[in-house]
Write a protein that binds this ligand. Structure first.
Ligand SMILES: NC(=O)CC[C@H](N)C(=O)O
Length: 347
């Protein structure tokens, strides 16, 4: 066969998940073959690096194999406006999967087009409207993901109201967090026209404003980007999200991509009404995390936790949402503190 030896052919057959593929490759000695053909001196690799690699490999094999014995599936709705493109929310979907693997559960992610939750859809297509609401009401947890522009935000706000009132585990990411604040201001604080400068320019009560140091004319060129610190506020040890980082962590770093922020002038009123500030930036003015205390899990983050989630190191933010949906949140802080590789370690 075209000047190739049989042992040079490596096959990757269908498996239950893509995470099994490294296991298939290893079984066929891919590493050995590559080292031989590329003349890579594995024996000269420092022992520390080799051991680190071995540990990571063992953790990977353990986690992937443990997936084969899962019986429970937890459904999570991902509410957004770019749902017609399956890959638009790939990093968010993968982060939910990482969290599910840690909790030893399977996940079914249901993409919901936020416009379908809006009344206009009911008028044009009652089937789409009822299907979207049926999906939203059936799932165990809900995420409103990031985004730009007004379209579909009416439906996202409806999803937030539903999760808040019905005590469904909920996570709002970036735009999702900004809409939590709009929803709270409108329906709990009694400001019916509360809005965001980006989405509701006509509003007289902007609870989300353009960040002053960012140039509006240059649009997205001047976004707040990249890794930035978030400091947990004193007295927020009760926070369900914070409990996942452990008692010694007072600061985390996460990646950002936004132009708007919570209006600092409303923060005191927001907190008095029950939407607590859990994390702020290093200036102490910019809000990074909000959370409702009397709720199984209702968290908004201004950053994008999906950018830093990894298979062996799932984002705590997604872990919180997923574990609350799977009703195993109370086990997670201890499991993480003890360095368990996942909840299956219990068995
Ligand atoms: N990444 C996002 O979700 C952005 C949210 C919002 N459009 C902003 O610019 O702040």
């Amino acid at each position: 066969m075209c000047s190739m030896e049989p042992e040079q052919v490596i096959s990757v057959h269908d498996g239950s998940t893509t995470y099994h593929i490294p296991l298939l490759l290893e079984k066929q000695n891919l590493l050995g073959i590559l080292c031989e053909y590329l003349e890579l001196p594995l024996e000269r690799t420092p022992t520390r690096r080799l051991e680190q690699g071995k540990r990571m490999w063992n953790d990977w094999v353990y986690l992937v194999r443990s997936q084969d014995t899962i019986t429970d599936t937890v459904s999570i709705a991902l509410v957004g406006k770019y749902t017609s493109n399956k890959n638009a929310y790939l990093s968010v979907s993968k982060s939910i999967e990482h969290a599910a693997m840690y909790c030893h559960k399977k996940v079914k992610i249901i993409l919901i087009d936020a416009t379908h939750l809006e009344h206009e859809t009911y008028q044009n297509s009652a089937v789409k409207y009822h299907k979207a609401w049926h999906d939203l009401c059936s799932v165990k947890g809900i995420i409103v993901a990031g985004g730009f522009g007004t379209r579909a935000t009416g439906g996202m706000i409806k999803a937030i109201t539903w999760a808040r009132i019905n005590k469904k585990p909920f996570l709002g990411i970036c735009l999702g967090m900004q809409l939590i604040v709009v929803e709270y201001a409108r329906h709990v604080m009694g400001i019916p026209d509360a809005g965001s400068q980006e989405l509701h320019p006509e509003s007289k009560n902007h609870v989300i404003i353009h960040m002053p140091e960012h140039n509006q004319e240059n649009g997205r060129d001047t976004m707040r980007l990249g890794r930035q610190a978030c400091i947990f506020k004193e007295g927020t040890e009760w926070s369900k999200l914070r409990s996942l980082y452990g008692p010694t962590i007072s600061q985390i770093e996460e990646r950002h991509r936004n132009q708007y922020e919570i209006n600092p002038e409303i923060i005191e009123r927001l907190e008095k009404a029950g939407l607590a500030v859990v994390g702020k930036d290093t200036t102490g003015k910019r809000i990074e995390i909000v959370e409702i205390r009397d709720h199984p899990f209702f968290v908004g983050v201004q950053f994008h936790p999906e950018y830093l989630s990894r298979v062996l190191r799932p984002s705590k933010v997604f872990l919180g949402l997923f574990a609350a949906a799977a009703k195993c949140l109370e086990k997670i802080p201890m499991a993480l503190q003890q360095g368990q590789r996942g909840l299956v370690d219990e068995y």
